[in-house]
Design a protein around this ligand. Sequence first.
Ligand SMILES: Nc1nc2c(ncn2[C@@H]2O[C@H](COP(=O)(O)O[C@H]3[C@@H](O)[C@H](n4cnc5c(=O)[nH]c(N)nc54)O[C@@H]3COP(=O)(O)O)[C@@H](O)[C@H]2O)c(=O)[nH]1
Length: 784
Amino acid sequence: MANSPRARFGHRYFKDWGASLERLWPGLLPGLLVALAGGALGYWLNSGAVVALSLMLAVLVVLLWRQHLQVRDSEAALQASEQRFLRLFDQAAVGINLTDTRTGRFERVNQRFCDIVGYPMQELLQLDFARISHPDELAQDLAQMRRLHAGEISEFRMEKRYFHKSGREIWVDLSVSALWEQGATPDYHVAVVQDITQRKQMEQALRESESRLRMVLQRLPVGVCLLEADGRLSYRNEEFVRISGYTEQEVPTLAAWWEHAYPDLAQRAHYQELWQQLAHVAATSDGIIAGAEYLIHCKDGRQRPVEVTGVPLEERMLVSMLDLSERRAAAEEIHNLAFYDLLTQLPNRRLLRDRLQQALVTASRHGALGALLLLDIDDFKTINETKGHEKGDALLRQVAQRLREVVRADDTLARLGGDEFAVLLEDLGDTASEAAACSGEVGEKILAALRKPFDLDGEMHHSSISMGITVFSGQDAAETVNELLKRADLAMYQAKAAGRDTLCFYEPAMQASVTARAALEADMRSALADGQFVLYYQPQWERERIVGAEALLRWLHPRDGFVSPAQFIPLAEQSGLIVPLGTWVLQQACAQLVRWAQEPALAQLTLAVNVSPRQFRQTDFVAQVLAALASHGTDPRRLKLELTEGLLLEDTEATIAKMGELKRYGVGFALDDFGTGYSSLAYLKRLPFDQLKIDQSFVRDVLTDPNDAAIARTIVALGASLGLSVMAEGVESEAQRAFLERHQCHSWQGYLLGRPMPVQDFEHTVRAQVQAQQGPERGADFSI
Ligand SMILES: Nc1nc2c(ncn2[C@@H]2O[C@H](COP(=O)(O)O[C@H]3[C@@H](O)[C@H](n4cnc5c(=O)[nH]c(N)nc54)O[C@@H]3COP(=O)(O)O)[C@@H](O)[C@H]2O)c(=O)[nH]1
């Protein structure tokens, strides 16, 4: 303790007091003695000078005494001050430590410092400050300390970390002052330590939240920049730079922004005015500058639509910028997809309907008539199927292009789907005849333009269209969009029926025929359910005997009587009713064959059944035929299916597979109407046919038209070379039969040999023939 700083503090003050006494005492004591001696001598000598001298000495003594008293008082004050200092040291609200500058050891610490670092005082006094300092700030601390020790500085201040006894880090604010005792270098330093851990934690939290905020701002899918009151753009995020392309160096201020984003002065003035107007509105409400659309000129030279909003942040403004270009492009794409045809880029049906609706309104308002032209490429299906879809698409694109070249820019041209196009013409005059003349003229131009050959990948292709035209005035309530489309469609079908490559105007009579067709279709459905259909049988001859029959459908309508299959079969095909109807025919035919099988005279007969393309294309067609055969126990070899050439053009592989499968069961196949379709030797060779049927159109004029005669002869020769039998249809006269026989065609069917007849009549005919042939020998008789 004698060596403790506290002892040394006290000792220093006492030592100073003693020193002053030591300094005063030698003067005071002789003074007293001189005053006493002088007084006595004066008294004795009665000398005034001696008295005066004594008095002077006495004054001197008094003065010296007073000085002594003063020294004593100041010593006491010093002591009191030291006491106060020590109390202050111990009780201070801040941590204080007195440290040996050379060793770094704590010489004295107050309680608060102990509390801050969590050590008991005695333990702390065994440590040096480096021991409890965080290494990250220690180097700086030591460097400052060295400067302090070298006398370069008398004090320093820093923020550093101590390790609390528990191990946690404590941030402190450290104010260190040198303490000189003697000599030029300080022996001790006093450190005033304030615990700032909480503040540091708050700062850290603030920093973290700021950095999080920056990160969020930086990654926001919206462009953000901070506009300072002095016009500086103090911050901008990545998206802001991505959208505009302008970095801080290029566009540091709002003024620079306006210049770069709007190089065009008029445009700049327009958008500045918009911004100012919105800012003015904002100033009178919540301060938020409402979002508005701006078209900015970006660094890459492109113009981008953006939505800009401003939110005040104290003195600054947070400006957000949303890139609308993608949204715009998406909206445009959606619009395109919704209203335009992808292949040709022409307006689609939806857009045409819209324009037609507007055209009706305009026509009714202005009294100027318009016309809707509907056109369909003839035989497009065949082109698509024979030349492939790519060429089909190429044709559609070229048709679209030619149509664009023919019609005026303000006419609406549309692709309605498939091979169907439409042209909407407006303002065609104020009378129906004027409008019809104008639209007819445009229609003829279109027909002519589309007659010219198309180049499909180097292959020249000739095409034609059928067109239906309907004129509208907008005055008639019946003229709705649907109705006009229906009328043009009817007229177009009329053009197709009229031989294609032509145009037809809509006439009300067409409507009547459509209505009749709709009624027929409805009737047909109930006819099937009500059993109004029957099969007639037309004999098929081979040389002088009937070898079978063709089953031909008949409809005995309860009101209308006999309805020709030529009338209802195409309609059944279109409506899909042919499928149940065909199934019914197959069932009837199979049942009939079984009945014939039980009678020797009829047992060898075959029965030919017409199969429509739609029926054949049913995926379960093979299963249907086999089921019909199986359900009746029919011999498949007695059934012959007649297919038409048109069927063979589509999906040949599937056709071969289906035919092959049925062929394996013994079912026969005849190619009906041979010569009228797209006869191709290539498919004939691959398809498992048993018979070719010469179409009756060639047989009809076989005696008079050398071409038909040549065709008939060629078909016979072809059949022979392919190993197929050849049957002639529509043989009506003996001369025709004889001609065919002379040319090696020995199978015939036609009115000469028997008309289609009810089953009983047919069976009767066959029985009679068998009986006759079993009787006495006689020449061939083809009459029945
Ligand atoms: N898918 C199905 N189609 C069928 C079915 N039944 C008939 N049809 C087809 O309907 C078309 C018209 O048939 P139809 O009126 O019965 O005419 C056939 C014969 O009556 C007729 N024919 C026969 N011989 C002569 C003749 O000497 N002169 C003449 N003018 N006509 C004659 O020919 C038709 C048979 O043609 P085809 O089928 O091509 O052999 C017709 O296309 C039938 O195919 C059915 O059940 N399913």
